[in-house]
Design a protein around this ligand. Structure first.
Ligand code: UT7
Length: 329
């Protein structure tokens, strides 16, 4: 049988500080009722502390993963980090994570595909394992969104939070693990969701800081429309091409951007809410962290052979879906 890449351990980390809707109501003109009914979010976690970045979230998740698998950091061959909030513009946050955890035999690099980054990275990582070139590959999805959120903008600050997770991929000879994936992107969506300054087109200047251009800019309604259609369509497409019906699926693991987008996706797939991993109410949208954090929290409820579908939509636009047969008990 063809070798597949299977998740053999999951780690996660969320910072201690809780930013709830009540606190946000003191910061911007909003209400708990508006936030919960429009997004499903009650609270998010924030990484507090001078000099701490995305790698500090990732390191905790990777240590948790290593601990669960019972291996040392020197056994990691490759570490890919999906993030939109790298510690620095360069070098890659993956390298910083490797250094901090002691993954001295690994090489690393980052992937930026906005909120779809984790699933894009997972598919990329799987190719190394399937081909046999690398045995133990870690995929991290982590973001310190509080570093690029404008806490005077009520349309974005209510959504995002900090957190991250990590999975270990190893080869499987029983057909378990990543079975299929579909990934898509459409750069014309850039206008609706981006960070205006800090890149090569508009490097940081006193003016860009004054104009608050180093924060997430989002035209929520437009993004919402594209997200609902595309996340549902791609999830349905992966089911169809693998002859899966709603009843066959143990869990949908959706990117946690808005509960209404998740509900629409589940409905299109014909699966009930009891089969949808949902923690948006506690963590908000942690961008690359959402999907691995769900896997981390639900891993004890999953059984070997369970069919699960990961689905994401994000800035870029980027979107996609992955079909996995769970390999752990
Ligand atoms: O993860 C990456 C991809 N991102 C997404 O998938 C996010 C997709 N978009 C969304 O989740 C939603 O569009 C938001 C949650 C961002 C906004 O919800 P919405 O239902 O689309 O609201 P809206 O932007 O259409 O705004 C409706 C009204 C506006 O007031 P008027 O113009 O009707 O008077 C807004 O000014 O709600 C107002 N509003 C707020 N009111 C209270 C916007 N934000 C807030 C707020 N509190 N925080």
């Amino acid at each position: 049988m063809k070798k597949t890449a299977a998740i053999t351990a999951v780690g996660g980390y969320t910072p201690d500080y809780i930013l709830d809707n009540q606190e946000l109501m003191k910061m911007v003109d909003t209400t708990d009722e508006w936030i919960t009914t429009r997004t499903g979010i009650n609270e998010r976690r924030i990484l507090k502390g001078e000099g701490l970045g995305t790698s500090d979230i990732a390191v905790e998740a990777v240590k948790d993963l290593l601990n669960q698998r019972g291996i040392g950091p020197e056994e990691i061959d490759l570490l890919i980090c999906a993030t939109v909030t790298p510690d620095l513009v360069f070098p890659a946050t993956a390298n910083i994570i490797c250094d901090k955890v002691g993954a001295v035999n690994a090489f690393g690099y980052d992937i930026n595909a906005a909120c779809s980054g984790f699933i894009f990275a997972l598919t990329t990582a799987a190719k190394y394992v399937e081909s046999g070139t690398h045995k133990k590959v870690v995929v991290v999805g982590a973001d310190k969104m509080s570093s690029i959120v404008d806490y005077t903008d009520r349309t974005t600050c209510i959504i995002f939070g900090d957190g991250g997770g990590a999975v270990l991929l190893e080869e499987n000879e029983d057909g378990l693990g990543i079975v299929d994936s579909i990934h898509k992107s459409d750069g014309s969506g850039k206008v609706f969701l981006h960070q205006k300054a800090g890149g090569s087109v508009k490097p940081a200047s006193i003016q860009t800081v004054t104009d608050r251009e180093h924060f997430v800019y989002q035209e929520g309604k437009s993004v919402f429309k594209f997200a609902v259609t595309n996340m549902a369509d791609v999830s349905f497409e992966i089911m169809e091409r693998n002859n899966l019906k709603g009843d066959d699926i143990a869990y949908l693991v959706p990117h946690q951007a808005n509960k209404r987008i998740i509900d629409a996706t589940a409905k299109r797939m014909g699966i009930g809410e009891e089969k949808v991993m949902l923690n948006i109410q506690r963590y908000g949208n942690t961008t690359n962290g959402t999907i691995p954090l769900c896997l981390w929290e639900w891993q004890d409820k999953l059984h070997k052979g369970d069919k699960i579908i990961l689905a994401a939509f994000g800035g870029g636009f980027t979107w996609g879906s992955i079909y996995i047969k769970w390999a752990l008990n």
